[in-house]
Design a protein around this ligand. Structure first.
Ligand code: ATP
Ligand code: MG
Length: 213
């Protein structure tokens, strides 16, 4: 049995075409089913649904043989015990700094001000501001980061941006791009040895089915 860990939503949706290329079709719809283990048309493949941030943990400890996780999630997790053979180029977005339109971020940085940064991505944020030589107080949040600058909790946020419409709806502007984000295939290292043939085959098929651009 091969167990693939996916998160509901965009990662699940965007992984389906890759699975299809491998002849795998998930036979239950995660949006309507309450099941966390989904069967496929193949007796030897199943999908487990976990939170996006839990995918690396499941794969690292063998709760799943492989999974799909965003680069954002992998950096925060650390990637220990994970083989990362492929950038699947799905669920693309970028990690950026955003602030209120009336906050002069560039001036604050130039003056060497200490910045209060709210984010779910404390590792990425810590590294980014250390590289710039900017002193920051990091405030860890688990969601709705956009609210932090509006309520005075923080001067700026580090968050994922795709179209920018969520920022816009909250009168925030993207003031700095940190990195491009996409999702990767991650594989449990022991599974790669024990189930080498089927996993290699999947990696090969996925690799040829990755969306171009
Ligand atoms: P939840 O939204 O349920 O709290 P989450 O934010 O961790 O959980 P998703 O929103 O499904 O889960 O995001 C999963 C992954 O998709 C992220 O880790 C990231 O790599 C990518 N992603 C997140 N937001 C966007 C976006 N706006 N555009 C494209 N990809 C995104
Ligand atoms: Mg989300």
């Amino acid at each position: 049995m091969i167990t693939l860990a996916l998160s509901k939503g965009r990662i699940f949706e965007e992984t389906l075409p890759l699975l299809k290329a491998a002849g795998i079709e998930v036979t239950e719809d995660p949006e309507t089913s309450r099941k966390l283990i989904l069967a496929t048309n193949r007796d030897d493949v199943r999908v487990v649904l976990v939170r996006a941030t839990d995918v690396p943990t499941y794969v690292q400890h063998g709760g799943a043989d492989l999974g799909v996780a965003g680069k954002d999630v992998l950096i925060e997790h650390g990637g220990q015990g994970l083989y990362q053979p492929l950038d699947l180029r799905i669920a693309k977005c970028r990690m950026s700094v955003a602030a209120r339109a009336d906050f002069d971020y560039a001036a604050a940085v130039k003056q060497g001000s200490r910045l209060r940064i709210a984010t779910k991505y404390t590792n990425v944020a810590r590294q980014h501001f250390a590289d710039k030589g900017v002193h920051v107080d990091l405030i860890k949040l688990y969601g709705s980061m956009e609210l932090a600058p509006l309520t005075g909790l923080a001067d700026a946020i580090v968050d994922l941006v795709s179209t920018g419409s969520t920022l816009k709806a909250n009168q925030l502007v993207e003031v700095e791009k940190i990195m491009e984000i996409s999702s990767r295939l991650v594989v449990n290292q022991a599974a790669l040895k024990l189930k080498r043939e089927p996993i290699r085959r999947l990696i090969d098929v996925f690799s040829n089915a990755i969306p171009q651009r």
